[in-house]
Unconditional design. Structure first.
Lengths: 76, 408
């Protein structure tokens, strides 16, 4: 299910440990790259609630979610 | 073979100073075949990260999949006990591969998110403050016995809903199970006794919560049984995994960290000069510099080529956190204890899908502990001489036997 709000999702690769929890919670949004670190491959891939749940479940708080238009910080 | 180092990893020299031994391997033969234990020894930071993130190549189901007897050898008469230990350990989710691992971890990990851990911070602070008040009243402290040992136990027991009066008993049982990675040929007797006692203890707690869920952590595991992810035996096994996983590891972080501050008083002064600004970084440097967990094992799921060596399917592998965290390719002046180091990409908690579940909890505990020391004590000193400090003969854990200190 796509979502209306345009998101800017950043994954900090200095801290991502590649445990793929984000992918588990929002599998249309996040995918691990060849280095097994997470990329937000499709920021509109899942409903906002699911993206926020993924960000909340990252064990190292590597995920930042913002509104792409207003710049409003949605997580953390 | 380039290296001239011996393959005996249990000598006093290697136990007291793992950094020289594994550092030599890291520089001279980073993918080393240890003939004595029939084991690949991996020591570089980038190899370790690569390996842990390729969980499809390196299985965590070591107890289930390793047909060989344990190393170092145990008494032949204890092989039956080993089977019991093996079967029990194999039920823990740390010993599972995907897809089962993911289902099992999902049941519990919501409890350990950074946000939910923050809710425990006030309780952690209170426990630390009580323990340090007691020590101050006494005027002396063995950091190991009086601080580092009770702290993680009190906290995890609280989270898991273990009644207060039972906590000394849990510690007693834990002692038997904490021979992990030590070489004694009779160790299986301790393990199997500890495991049986643990099962007996946890079983009724689980049974109660299957019927009447509470808001504690054993109830979360019990919910996993209701959802069909865990069998009853697995709930029991994993309850004890969580009850004990954090003990030895957290104890070591606290003791090794305090010892690093004693040996580097300039860094202690630095922490004290800006506690709010430094305590988070200081804790990460303690995790890196003298890491609690020295090594972890895997078993190859297929033939894998690594630095022109071929690791064959079913070969066993041990990756060394202690050498990866001192890898000069990754860290400047890696042997220096430098609490300003940032970012600090250490692998004290491993990486990939098995990255430590308790990392968020430990961070809260370590941060608050080092902060509390810095707030209370102007300077810290050993209440013994450096050469009297001894480590447990373990290849898995970096554990001091005791750490008596005084302060001003
Ligand atoms: C300083 C303290 C700690 C250190 C250094 C540490 C280190 C580690 C490491 C290196 C692993 C990876 C194992 C592997 O890849 O096979 C791990 C896994 C694990 N740790 Fe920790 N740990 C600590 C504290 C804790 C605490 C307090 C808990 C529980 C409350 C805990 C629970 C676990 C669990 C359940 C796993 C298995 C995760 C999985 O397989 O998905 N640890 N830990
Ligand atoms: C309930 C918690 C745990 C119990 C009761 C337990 C018990 C054991 C036992 C009995 C062994 C066999 C040791 C031998 O053959 O000498 C073992 C091995 C090991 N454990 Fe655990 N363990 C627990 C949690 C953990 C955690 C959380 C970690 C990681 C941080 C860990 C890391 C290891 C490693 C690396 C080995 C060595 C495996 C090998 O030698 O093949 N254990 N453990
Ligand atoms: S959950 Fe966090 S650490 Fe894990 S892969 Fe996603 S971003 Fe990386």
């Amino acid at each position: 299910m796509a979502q209306e709000r345009k998101l800017k999702i950043t994954v900090d690769h200095d801290v991502c440990v590649g445990n793929a929890m984000c992918e588990t919670f929002a599998s249309n949004t996040f995918a691990l790259n060849d280095d097994r670190q997470s990329e937000a491959v499709n920021p509109q891939g899942d409903p906002l609630a699911q993206v926020l749940e993924a960000a909340d479940n990252c064990p190292v708080s590597a995920i930042i979610v913002e509104d792409a238009e207003t710049g409003e910080r949605l997580f953390p | 073979m380039v290296t001239a180092v011996s393959d005996n990893m249990f000598t006093e020299d290697v136990i007291n100073d793992p950094y020289t031994y594994y550092g030599t391997l890291r520089e001279e033969d980073p993918v080393h075949y240890n003939e004595l234990y029939d084991l690949w020894v991996i020591t570089r930071h980038d190899d370790l990260v690569w390996l842990t993130r390729h969980n499809e190549l390196f299985s965590s189901a070591v107890f289930k999949n390793d047909p060989r007897p344990p190393y170092p050898t145990i008494y032949d008469s204890d092989l039956g006990l080993y089977e019991f230990v093996r079967e029990y350990q194999a039920r823990q989710f740390i010993q599972h591969d995907r897809p089962a691992h993911l289902d099992m971890r999902k049941v519990v990990h919501g409890y350990f998110t950074p946000r939910s851990m923050e809710e425990w911070r006030p309780m952690v602070k209170e426990v630390i403050s009580d323990l340090l008040d007691e020590a101050e009243e006494r005027g002396s402290m063995d950091v190991m016995r009086d601080f580092a040992t009770p702290l993680p136990l009190l906290i995890i027991a609280e989270m898991m809903g273990v009644p207060k009066q039972d906590r000394p008993y849990i510690r007693e049982v834990a002692e038997k199970l904490l021979y992990v990675g030590r070489g004694e040929p009779w160790r299986m007797q301790n393990f199997s006794e500890g495991i049986s006692e643990m099962i007996e203890y946890v079983k009724p707690l689980v049974e109660k919560r299957i019927v009447n869920p509470e808001d504690d952590f054993i109830s979360v595991l019990a919910q996993g049984e209701r959802e069909g992810v865990f069998s009853r035996d697995q709930v029991i096994s994993n309850s004890s995994l969580l009850l004990l996983a954090g003990h030895e590891t957290t104890i070591n972080l606290l003791c090794n960290g305090i010892l690093s501050f004693i040996r580097n008083p300039d860094q202690y002064d630095l922490l004290r000069s800006d506690i709010e600004g430094m305590y988070v970084k200081a804790n990460e440097e303690c995790l890196r510099h003298d890491s609690s967990v020295k090594s972890i094992t895997r078993i190859a799921a297929e033939d894998v080529e690594l630095r022109d060596k071929v690791i064959k399917k079913e070969d066993r592998i041990r990756w060394f956190i202690s050498s990866a965290n001192r890898d000069p390719r990754k860290f400047e002046n890696p042997d220096d204890f430098d609490i300003t180091r940032w970012p600090n990409p250490h692998v004290a908690f491993g990486a990939g899908i098995h990255h430590c579940l308790g990392a968020t909890l430990v961070r809260v505990e370590g941060q608050e502990a080092f902060k509390a020391f810095a707030e209370r004590f102007e300077s810290l000193h050993l209440d013994t001489t450096d050469d009297k400090l001894e480590y447990q003969p373990s290849i898995t854990f970096r554990s001091l036997k005791s750490l008596p200190i005084t302060w001003n």
